[in-house]
Ligand binder design. Structure first.
Ligand code: UD1
Length: 421
């Protein structure tokens, strides 16, 4: 099994180019299933394991996909779909595979998907997705480890209220409603930039969606959507991770492509921590010449502080001056990185959904593991500032969501390599 070996203590300096957003590209690849007549050519598609997994799911459905890693271009030919079933081995690998249910149901009138099952960061139910499909007239059957949804006479537009602004449920319902008969009004949807990106892609395919990014989305269903080209937005979580890396290592990094508008809470908290930031249309410069100050963070749905930046901030707080509170409200059980950070000398106490992080003078390198994607990023950040050598194992989690992490960090001056064993 591969691992990352990091010798800490090098300040990061230079420029890093942010890749296309993982959480935008996955639903958009699922949405290509709605595209008839023409091939969809997606640009700025990051070279990630998750992109390969969802492409493999599409291939199981008889769809042709072709990825060009050099151009970061993915061609999807969904002019014909020959199967409606997503198998366990792929859905288990990546929960986001469940995002094909909405488009399959809309395009083919039926879908059968293996139940996603548990996951490292809590139970992550899918009740809101199913509630949405049912409101659009689908019949749902659960049994033998599968969920089957059927709408033999097509979906019908309706009013759908989400009890919680789930990102995945909003996306699945948007894709289903895009081809339903009549209007769907989706209340209390997620407002993440990735939702807006998906809606923009659906609209260039011929959908009529208004209000994405606000708390009410109106979707006028269309009989047919056509495959179309689209360029994916930059990954705000990847950008945020490099911003924290620059701050923690007392570096000076220009984060090319980062969109400030998408990163408001991260920028606000870094400023509060005493980090220097210069925002421009091309990206964000992040610089620091002294230790950061502790800040409190509380994760919330967008536009609140992103849960996907919680672990990275915790790594920063572990070596900040003072004590900060980290409250996780989006997921249960998303503190798996705490034990790993403690192995490196961090002072963290967990009290329910809140952690108290008291900064220590230094972290010390040792063997740790990536318990999930963002926890893995946090361990890399900790390794970049730790005294001595840090070895991060289970890096398949990191490969799911960080495009060319090692190459990008080396270009910024980090001492990091990927090794076998
Ligand atoms: C997406 C992101 C993930 C991010 C998360 C929250 C992708 C591929 N993944 O995940 O990186 O951390 O948003 O910003 O975009 N919930 C229910 N019932 C449901 C659905 C969700 O109770 O039917 C709960 C979940 O258990 C969780 C919360 O809602 O506690 C947020 O989940 P959701 O917004 O759906 O996250 P994902 O779409 O899975």
């Amino acid at each position: 099994m591969e691992k990352l070996v990091i010798n800490g203590g090098k300040p990061l300096k230079g420029r890093v180019k942010i890749s296309g957003a993982k959480n935008a590209v996955l639903p958009i690849i699922a949405a290509t299933l709605l595209g008839q007549d023409k091939v969809s050519v997606l640009e700025e598609v990051p070279d990630l394991d998750d992109v390969q997994t969802i492409s493999a799911v599409l291939q199981k459905l008889g769809v042709k996909t072709e990825y060009n890693a050099e151009l970061n271009e993915l061609r999807v030919d969904a002019t014909e779909i020959s199967c409606f079933e997503a198998p366990y081995d792929l859905v288990r690998k990546m929960r986001a595979s469940f995002l094909i249910m909405g488009p399959l149901l809309a395009r083919c009138g039926k879908a059968k998907i293996s139940l996603p099952g548990g996951c490292a960061i809590g139970t992550r139910p899918i009740d809101l997705h199913l509630k949405g499909f049912e409101a659009l007239g689908a019949q749902i059957k659960i049994g033998h480890g599968f969920i089957e949804a059927a709408a033999p006479n097509g979906l019908i537009g309706s009013r759908v209220y989400l009890d919680f602004p789930s990102v995945g449920a909003t996306e699945n319902i948007l894709m289903a409603a895009a081809m339903a008969k009549g209007q769907t009004v989706l209340e209390n949807p997620a407002q993440e930039p990735e939702i807006v990106d998906l809606a923009n892609y659906l609209n260039v395919m011929g959908a009529k969606i208004r209000g994405a990014g606000t708390n009410v989305i109106k979707i006028d269903g269309r009989e047919k959507l056509i495959g179309h080209g689209y360029t994916i937005i930059p990954d705000r979580i990847e950008a945020g991770t490099y911003m924290v890396a620059a701050a923690m290592t007392k570096g000076d990094v220009f984060i090319e492509n980062a969109i400030s508008e998408h990163l408001k809470p991260v920028i606000a908290k870094l400023k509060e921590a005493g980090v220097g930031l210069e925002e421009s249309v091309d990206g964000i410069r992040v610089f620091a010449d002294k230790r950061t100050r502790a800040v409190d963070i509380k994760t919330m749905p967008y536009p609140g502080f992103p849960t996907d930046m919680q672990a990275q901030f915790m790594a920063m707080l572990a070596v900040s001056d003072g004590a900060g509170l980290v409250t996780e409200t989006v997921f249960e059980n998303r503190f798996m990185h705490v034990d790993e950070l403690k192995r490196m000398g961090a002072n963290i106490k967990i009290d329910g959904r809140t952690s108290i992080v008291t900064g220590v003078g230094k972290l010390t390198g040792c063997q740790v593991k990536a318990t999930d994607l963002r926890a893995g990023a946090a361990m890399v950040l900790a390794g970049l500032v730790a005294e001595g050598q840090t070895q991060v194992g289970y890096i398949h989690h990191i490969d799911r969501g960080y495009d060319k992490l090692v190459e990008k960090l080396i270009a910024l001056g980090a001492d990091i390599k990927r090794v076998d064993g």
